[in-house]
Design a protein around this ligand. Structure first.
Ligand code: URA
Length: 237
């Protein structure tokens, strides 16, 4: 349930103060009943809101998939640096957008941007085991036992224990390309996991969240809305 003024403010892209003025002067109905106060609680999925007789189209939350470029920080706003939210085009802009999960400035790939705090919590909490898949270019060859150490849970240099993770070689060689699947998001986690093995990540890209892969048609810095079906691929529900 959400307050009517919040819904109107978001749907009509006006401030809550302007919603108050509008409700005084114009006709807002909920399921056919004239309503004068924005405090009323609404179920956006079932209640029908009309403004001067026309239905108010309201999308509760927005979910965007962005292909994050290098050098952009995963934050909502920052005084000195460009953020992923700064890159969101006008058509998708709304209050309260934030990245659900941070990538380092030099990491590229899949960032989910939303205004839905509950959803973000669900995909970020290690309890829910939503997998995050990365491709990492390493400075050195893997050593024997690295894959097993990932599986049994790496201990970072500061003693922090990581949950079980999967490591797979995509391209072998002096500087191998590997795929890493983790289901938590500790600070600099992938880089610190390889540091704990005496290796170093030289390039990192997130390619998948849960069962949803980054759309290969998105150029760096571009984003698109994700569908309900795709949201289910992320949460596995
Ligand atoms: N792990 C890292 O080290 N960096 C990221 O940006 C994401 C995961």
């Amino acid at each position: 349930m959400e307050r009517l003024d919040k819904i109107l403010s978001s749907a009509l892209k006006i401030s809550r103060g302007d919603v108050k003025k509008l409700m005084k002067k114009q006709s807002v109905t909920v399921n056919g009943t004239l309503v004068k106060s924005g405090e009323m609680k609404i179920d956006p999925d079932t209640d029908e809101i009309r403004l001067n007789g026309s239905p108010v189209v309201y999308q509760k939350n927005i979910y965007l998939m962005m292909n994050k470029p290098e050098g952009v920080i995963s934050a909502s706003n920052d005084r000195s640096q460009e953020t992923v939210v700064d890159l969101v085009p006008e058509e998708f802009r709304r209050d309260g957008l934030f990245p659900a999960g941070r990538l380092d400035a030099d990491t590229t790939g899949f960032v989910l941007i939303t205004d839905d705090g509950d959803f973000a919590h669900r995909i970020l909490s290690p309890k829910n085991h939503v997998e995050k898949t990365y491709h990492a270019r390493l400075a050195q060859r893997l050593s024997d036992g690295d894959i097993e150490r990932f599986l049994s849970g790496i201990e970072l240099k500061d003693g922090t224990l990581c949950l079980e993770a999967r490591l797979r070689v995509i391209e072998d060689g002096e500087t191998p390309l590997v795929e890493v699947v983790i289901h938590e998001g500790k600070y600099h986690q992938v880089k610190r996991m390889f540091a704990a093995l005496g290796n170093r990540v030289v390039q990192l890209r997130r390619i998948k969240i849960g069962g949803l892969s980054l759309d290969g048609t998105l150029a760096e810095g571009e984003c698109r809305e994700i569908t309900r079906e795709e949201i289910r691929l992320i949460t596995g529900e």
